[in-house]
Design a protein around this ligand. Structure first.
Ligand code: SF4
Ligand code: SF4
Length: 126
């Protein structure tokens, strides 16, 4: 019994590790994998449809840190800020966006030391 266990441990230790060395290596992603959002602030019409449809209230509309993000009457334009910690990656925001300026990418880089870093301002989504 003991010899069998030792043989098993020896066999397993010679096998290649199952884990991948992230971020150098990532798993092959499925075609329909949904990752972090990408926003084109130039074509966003600030309609708020993405924020309204989000089932988990993950999107809030915020002022952007950009000198061009103002309406003609000098009122600030509002763009989506996304809390990736709360996101379900359902893609409803992408579906509803009338200008296709908000899309889900295949980016898997969701690691963060501080959960507050997972709240992405509009500029960080570009
Ligand atoms: S993917 Fe779904 S949960 Fe995530 S921000 Fe878009 S609508 Fe909200
Ligand atoms: S990202 Fe799309 S749905 Fe959201 S405010 Fe901009 S245009 Fe509207």
């Amino acid at each position: 019994m003991i010899l069998k266990s030792i043989a098993k441990v020896a066999t397993e230790s010679l096998k290649k590790p199952f884990t991948l060395e992230f971020p150098e290596h990532v798993e092959n992603l499925a075609d329909n994998y949904r990752g972090i959002h990408k926003l084109d602030m130039n074509t966003c019409i600030n309609c708020q449809a993405c924020a309204r449809i989000c089932p988990n209230q993950t999107i809030v509309m915020v002022e952007a840190d950009s000198p061009t993000a103002f309406h003609a009457d000098n009122k600030p334009k509002l763009f989506p800020e996304i809390d990736l910690e709360r996101c379900l990656f359902c893609a409803l925001c992408e579906e509803v966006c009338p200008t296709d300026c908000l899309v889900l990418t295949k980016s898997t880089e969701l690691e963060a030391y501080d959960r507050r870093d997972l709240v992405k301002r509009p500029e960080q989504l570009e």
